[in-house]
Design a binder for this molecule. Structure first.
Ligand SMILES: Cc1cc2nc3c(=O)[nH]c(=O)nc-3n(C[C@H](O)[C@H](O)[C@H](O)COP(=O)(O)OP(=O)(O)OC[C@H]3O[C@@H](n4cnc5c(N)ncnc54)[C@H](O)[C@@H]3O)c2cc1C
Length: 432
């Protein structure tokens, strides 16, 4: 950390002559740290700036799921059909703070406009390109950090309590299968063979098992070990808040923070849900908002599923992380400033008790996080249209952890002017 260094000292260090480019990354979340380490492994000098500690943003206590099956965007015709029912049920997986509606309207308008099957199909291709190999993208990072055991490929189980819920998901399942996702429908009476922690079969209609999914033993811990490896290889992580940039003829040449000024050859904005303000300073205005989500971590749950168990109907996952059972999910559209509504976290335990009878919530730790979300569920992974030395990497919504290493590879390639291997035009910052 910068500690008590003066602004001049900090600037002098970054200005020392080097042949490799100095890349400054704003944001040391899952995405920023993965990008930093990938860039460093490719030979770049990298400084990460974050106003907090690495991983303590939206990754802190998330669902920890990593997998290649998430090819269906949030906006589908089925979600639109369910919307009125969900909005007026306090226990539903979706909530809107009505006072935030005026600010949310442009985002919501584009979300609704995209909830068509033709659009789902288009987006699913782009998501598939990103998700394919997303687990393997972690390999060089985990190797650098000697932390391979943190990633566990167990598969995951989607649970359906009702026939209506299961039938409503069939079209999304077809899209997944068309994109090459492996999925197996499990009849209710066979669910306990696959996942013995579940309650009696009459509680469920069916399940869908996805073998190519897994989880990390600790989402915050993963970012922390990658940040440690980054530091050990000479990377700098400074705890500073970025508020502006100095623009030269070639684009941004320095980042201004509450503690000083950092010269940069290349700039990456990976500030999660807070990226819009920074992007605006750089002449872009992405339609980024936040889908807030909640989690409860149960230290002594008394049950340990073999794999993450998820309910699309209730928008929730239960993941057997090392610290206990992590219950995570739901969406609240309320912006970045409204206080948490902890009833939404407590609801996660009520749901889990339906699937795992006797699950113990004693000592549960609540958390709320700000998913950085675009209306089409595609992240922004894009060179700035204005400045060739600037790359944007944010807006990963529900998939920011699983896509962090893959995004890091693409950020590395865009930043170092290498070919990206996939078409990154669907992730353009100016697509809305
Ligand atoms: C309840 C819940 C469950 C989830 N479950 C999963 C899951 O199972 N799998 C999955 O893949 N994803 C999951 N997600 C989504 C995932 O957590 C996010 O997409 C991901 O954490 C986003 O990472 P990020 O690096 O873009 O943002 P962040 O982790 O938020 O990092 C951004 C960083 O930028 C810093 N920053 C912002 N502004 C500034 C500034 N001006 N100056 C300096 N620093 C700044 C912040 O301090 C922060 O550390 C879940 C999210 C939630 C809320």
């Amino acid at each position: 950390m910068a500690g008590s260094k003066t602004h001049q000292q900090v600037d002098r260090e970054a200005a020392t002559p080097h042949t490799t480019p100095h890349v400054v990354i704003v944001g040391a979340g899952a995405v920023g740290v993965a990008a930093g380490l990938h860039l460093q492994l490719a030979g770049a000098r990298v400084t990460l700036l974050d106003r907090g500690a690495p991983g303590e943003g939206a990754t802190y206590a998330n669902g920890a799921v990593i997998g290649e099956d998430h090819v269906v965007p949030v906006a589908t015709p089925s979600v639109l059909t369910d919307l009125p029912r969900m909005l007026f049920n306090s226990k539903s997986p979706l909530a809107v703070r009505w006072s935030y509606l005026p600010k949310l309207t442009p985002w919501l308008w584009h979300f609704v406009k995209r909830a068509r099957w033709s659009e789902v199909e288009r987006v699913s291709h782009a998501l598939r390109d990103l998700l394919e190999g997303c687990m393997a993208s972690f390999d060089p990072l985990l190797e650098a950090a000697e932390a391979h055991d943190m990633l566990r490929k167990t598969g995951w189980l989607g649970l359906y309590e009702t026939k209506a819920g299961f039938d409503g998901y069939q079209r999304s399942l077809e899209v997944q299968r068309r994109r090459g996702v492996r999925a197996e429908v499990i009849p209710a009476e066979e669910l306990r063979q696959l996942e013995p922690a579940l309650g009696a079969s009459q509680r469920f209609h069916a399940g869908i098992y996805y073998p190519d999914v897994g989880y990390v033993s600790d989402s915050l811990g993963l970012v922390q070990v990658l940040a440690r490896a980054f530091r050990q290889r000479g990377g700098r992580i400074l705890r500073e808040e970025v508020y502006d940039f100095e623009i030269g003829v070639e684009g941004p040449e320095a980042v201004l923070t509450d503690r000083g000024r950092h010269a940069c050859d290349r700039l990456v904005i990976a500030a999660g849900a807070y990226s819009r303000t920074l992007a605006r300073r750089l002449g872009s205005d992405p339609l980024l908002d936040t889908e807030r989500g909640y989690s409860l971590t149960l230290p002594n749950p008394g049950v340990r599923p073999r794999m993450p168990v998820c309910s699309t109907e209730r928008g929730q996952v239960c993941t057997p992380i090392d610290a206990g059972l992590r219950l995570a999910g739901t969406v609240e559209l309320a912006g970045l400033d409204a206080p948490p509504d902890w009833r939404r976290a407590d609801m996660l335990l009520e749901n889990a008790q339906r699937w795992f009878p006797g699950v113990d919530g004693e000592g549960a730790v609540r958390w709320m996080g700000f998913r950085p979300s675009m209306p089409d569920s595609l992240p922004v992974i894009s060179r700035s249209p204005r400045f060739a030395n600037t790359v944007f990497a944010f807006g990963h919504g529900h998939c920011g952890l699983m896509l962090s290493a893959r995004t890091g590879e693409l950020v590395r390639d865009l930043t170092l002017d290498r070919p990206t291997g996939i078409d990154v035009s669907p992730f353009r910052v100016d697509r809305f």
